[in-house]
Design a protein around this ligand. Structure first.
Ligand SMILES: [Zn+2]
Length: 956
């Protein structure tokens, strides 16, 4: 051990006499100099408050964070040993799991506040290039001193070491002679979440790092690094960084108000700000006391750190069960999986009722896992901490005070000083005019259009006597009418275009499907011969499919479900058959083909609607028994969980998420099935095993898949050797059925759960749920009754109503447009297919709001004036900025996701000149890049983190 004085003598630098940390100064510098940082910080704080307020379930297990230690040294002393680095990691793992023995020194009055941060640290084993590493870099330097104001230790160009990607690694720099901007000697400093990635991480002086080697008392227990990582996970100094006043807040409810920092090793009680009798929580890691004197985080600080791990830090680390989890933690983890009423009763009725009620409701394997002696310990550790940790008793102060405090404190933290042009592009009244009571007032105005009435009117008109009133008949007859009565219009054109559409997917497959001659699909007499003719010459009629979004051009969001488009197309063809049959025009061969087509159609509908048979559950479906035999076997075999992405590799949205996934992942392209992907499903006494083997990859047993991201699939791909049309049809039908079975068999987290994807994309259902959860929506009429349409339009000003299609199909684009006099003149056409009429919502601002599980990323889109009816055509010239949804709107949107069963969605809102947030629609497969790339919001990281988290949890 080297003493402080010896060290200073040997190295010509000095360690501070008492703790000093420049994190606050760094924060102020970033607020002054980094564009967007102030907004980013405000957003993180608002989100944190909202998360804690809403008691959104934070991850319950432990998060292991990969660490890289950059040793930057001038001499052999500063080039600290691997052992000293290892001692720091050990110290962190004790401090962040509250297993440090010295926590016992916490005064009795504060013992109950101690929280297990559920974070562990591990030196990285893979470097950014994917190569093995010991998680340590060593850089010889002549630079001195290193300065928190220039961050010179964080760049090779200034004699330091470059950061590793901060969305995957926690960077720890260790150096000598560390100074603040004013030249003060420092122990360390950190960067809060939300700052520049190149400087993200923690810097600690070598003499304050670890517990051995050059670590010098009184900073030789590794607590400097614990303190700085606390900042890195969004903790503030416990006294609130207001000097020694009593008005600053650390935004943590269970830490007593405190005047200023405590140094050295105070004795209990040590009071300030009238916080007696217990006084300051000076033994907290976020005070300025010496290493031996700081021994604990509080539960409130843990919540804040966990909110950071689920928010701005969500891309880093992998979460899983806490090793050696004490019963207390086990009980705390329970609520997520238990039925609600068990949770509710648990704290109140205690262990007795817990056991009584629990036996009934707790999945068997969970009950089995409760350690035998757990029951005995439960009352002591469990109930008290359970309540404290807050299912019910989440401190009210956080909720109530946070937003207020934030606003009040903001100028102090430098929002005032933030670069003017960083905020310039925001609409002038953006933040100021976001009155909270708007939403509250809304229901009053719309009382007469309450969800009940809305649904009643709409559904009644849809369903009422469909057969008696020809105007209200279903799609089939509607199309029949269309064909007979309006040969040149609408539906007829649509039907005529089907062969072309069915050819296009084949082209997209790069000619892999060779020319075939299926023969006339239908009697050429129908449709003037165009139908049969269109199928001649080599197209294959039965490739289901769609298109990838790139076809629509950059920046043009496209939400079409390929399967649904095909279903519509096939539905149209079936209508033709029906019509031809009624006219006596079908040959026996035509009838046979009709039946085949109907069978395919039924399967697509089943595929689209399969979800209805499964329980839609927010955040995905978990197997009823996580410890089932198959999972157990996988673990025994040493196999881990992996993420399955059902999409195609050259898809930008997928590529971007792949960059951030650090779990085993496989991308499965449906176009490779069945001709290049093997499927095996074996059942029976000898084997129960389902697996598939994607093209060029290893076999994947189904139980290995812990999370599925199902996004924008391509058509299935039949072997080109199969040329007979009937054979292809049969192969297609069987392959589709097998694939559907495979999806059903994957019992794990889905983004989105198929039920959510199916129901969530239906606009009528969206509007119904949106109203039910309290979102404002435009006055809307969806009808195929011309009279109702006329009434709706007539009741409003000229130009005050827009019309739109549920879905825009390439062959019959129907852009959203204002209803004109011409439209009014042909309103009778409404009877051919329902049309959506909506009151035009004037707005200066459009919002694209991405929800990834519980996280919200809202982007404001300020268009040039000519594009303010529809921002999409003018998206290139629009200005994007991050946006904070009002709390009520955010909560309602999350509720909408919850009700629809969506883990992911992209919603469109308009913000009216009055500041009202009007919900237009949610797109379960909607694009995020066009917005997140322009705002810098970490959406791909959030998706990756979400998938990783669930995949990890699946392996529990
Ligand atoms: Zn600090």
């Amino acid at each position: 051990m080297v003493t402080k004085a010896e060290k200073a003598e040997i190295e010509g630098d000095e360690a501070p006499l008492h703790r000093s940390c420049a994190t606050g100064e760094v924060n102020e510098r970033l607020l002054r100099t980094v564009e967007g940082y102030a907004e980013s910080r405000a957003e993180i704080e608002n989100r944190t408050a909202r998360v804690l307020d809403a008691q959104v379930a934070l991850r319950t297990g432990c998060t292991e964070i990969p660490v890289v230690v950059h040793v930057v040294y001038r001499n052999s002393t500063e080039n600290i040993s691997d052992a000293q680095i290892a001692s720091q990691i050990s110290a962190l793992n004790a401090d962040f799991r509250a297993t440090n023995a010295d926590k016992a020194s916490t005064p009795t009055a504060f013992q109950g506040l101690i929280g297990d941060a559920r974070v562990t640290f591990k030196l990285a084993t893979t470097d950014p290039d994917g190569k093995p590493t010991d998680g340590i870099t060593r850089t010889s330097t002549t630079t001195t001193p290193f300065n928190s104001d220039t961050d010179n230790v964080k760049s090779a160009a200034t004699g330091g070491a470059d950061a590793w990607p901060s969305d995957r690694y926690l960077n720890l720099w260790v150096c000598g002679n560390l100074r603040s901007g004013s030249g003060q000697s420092l122990l360390g400093y950190a960067q809060f979440p939300g700052g520049p990635t190149a400087t993200d991480g923690v810097v600690v002086i070598h003499s304050g790092f670890g517990t051995t080697g050059t670590a010098a008392a009184p900073f030789n227990l590794g607590r400097t690094t614990t303190h700085e990582i606390g900042h890195w996970l969004n903790l503030r100094h416990i006294w609130g960084d207001d000097g020694t006043g009593c008005s600053g807040s650390d935004f943590v409810a269970d830490t007593p108000n405190q005047g200023g920092p405590n140094y050295g090793a105070p004795t209990f009680p040590s009071s300030s700000c009238s916080n007696g009798p217990n006084g300051d929580l000076f033994m907290n890691y976020m005070d300025y006391t010496d290493d031996p004197a700081m021994v604990m985080f509080t539960a409130g600080q843990v919540d804040r750190m966990q909110a950071a791990l689920d928010g701005p830090r969500s891309s880093i680390g992998i979460s899983g069960p806490c090793a050696g989890k004490p019963i207390k933690e086990f009980v705390k983890d329970l609520p997520k999986d238990l039925p609600k009423d068990v949770i509710k009763d648990l704290p109140k009725d205690g262990i007795k009722d817990f056991q009584k009620d629990g036996a009934k409701d707790i999945p068997k394997d969970v009950a089995k896992d409760i350690p035998k002696d757990g029951v005995k310990d439960f009352p002591k550790d469990g109930v008290k901490d359970f309540q404290k940790d807050g299912v019910k008793d989440k401190p009210k102060d956080v909720v109530k005070d946070s937003p207020k405090d934030l606003i009040k404190d903001a100028p102090k933290d430098g929002v005032k000083d933030a670069p003017k042009d960083g905020v310039k592009d925001r609409p002038k009244d953006f933040i100021k005019d976001r009155p909270k009571d708007l939403i509250k007032d809304r229901p009053k105005d719309l009382a007469k259009d309450s969800p009940k009435d809305f649904g009643k009117d709409m559904l009644k008109d849809f369903a009422k006597d469909p057969v008696k009133d020809p105007r209200k008949e279903g799609v089939k007859d509607l199309q029949k009418d269309a064909i007979k009565d309006t040969p040149k219009d609408g539906i007829k054109e649509f039907v005529d275009d089907i062969p072309k559409q069915l050819r296009d997917p084949v082209k997209e497959l790069g000619g892999e499907i060779g020319p075939i001659d299926p023969g006339p699909l239908i009697n050429p007499a129908i449709g003037g011969g165009g139908f049969g003719g269109a199928f001649g010459g080599g197209a294959t009629p039965f490739v289901i499919g769609g298109r990838d979004e790139t076809e629509y051009g950059a920046g043009q969001p496209e939400e079409v479900s390929p399967l649904a488009v095909i279903a519509e197309q096939l539905g149209g063809m079936l209508a033709e058959y029906s019509s031809a049959a009624a006219a006596g025009q079908l040959s026996p061969a035509d009838v046979a083909r009709w039946q085949q087509l109907a069978s395919v159609y039924a399967q697509i509908i089943a595929l689209l609607g399969w979800a209805g048979r499964r329980q839609a559950r927010r955040g995905g479906e978990h197997p009823p028994s996580r410890g089932g035999p198959r999972q157990a076997r996988a673990r025994d075999a040493g196999e881990g969980a992996m993420i399955l992405i059902v999409s195609f590799p050259d898809n930008a949205h997928v590529e971007r998420v792949l960059e951030h996934l650090d779990r085993p992942t496989v991308v499965f392209d449906i176009a490779d099935f069945p001709h290049r992907t093997r499927l095996d499903a074996r059942f029976g006494a000898s084997a129960d095993r389902i697996s598939f083997t994607p093209h060029g990859q290893a076999e994947i047993p189904l139980e290995q898949i812990g999370a599925v991201w199902y996004r924008r699939v391509r058509p299935i791909g039949l072997d080109p050797a199969l040329t007979d049309s009937t054979s292809r049809l049969f192969a297609w039908s069987e392959s589709t059925e097998a694939l559907t079975g495979l999806w059903h068999a994957m019992e794990c987290f889905w983004m989105n759960p198929p039920a959510g994807d199916e129901a969530g994309q239906r606009k009528i259902r969206q509007l119904q749920v949106a109203r039910a959860v309290g979102l404002a929506v435009p006055e809307t009429l969806i009808t195929n009754d011309p009279a109702a349409a006329l009434e709706f339009i007539s009741a409003r000003d000229e130009g005050g109503v827009i019309r739109k299609a549920f879905r825009n199909i390439a062959e019959a684009p129907r852009s959203t447009a204002v209803v004109t006099a011409d439209d009014r003149a042909r309103l009778d056409d409404v009877r051919y297919a329902p049309v959506t009429f909506q009151e035009f919502v004037p707005a200066d601002l459009d919002l694209r709001v991405i929800v990834v599980e519980h996280e919200i990323f809202a982007a404001a889109i300020l268009s040039e004036p000519e594009y303010r009816t529809d921002y999409r055509p003018g998206i290139g010239s629009a200005k994007f900025s991050t946006y904070e949804l009002p709390d009520e709107v955010a909560a309602a949107l999350l509720a909408l996701h919850d009700r629809l069963g969506l883990a992911y969605g992209a919603s469109d809102f308009r913000v009216t000149p009055d500041g009202e947030h009007v919900f237009l629609e949610v797109n379960p497969g909607g694009e995020y890049l066009f917005a997140s790339d322009r705002t810098g919001q970490p959406v791909p990281q959030a998706i990756a983190a979400c998938l990783s988290r669930h995949d990890r949890e699946h392996g529990e």
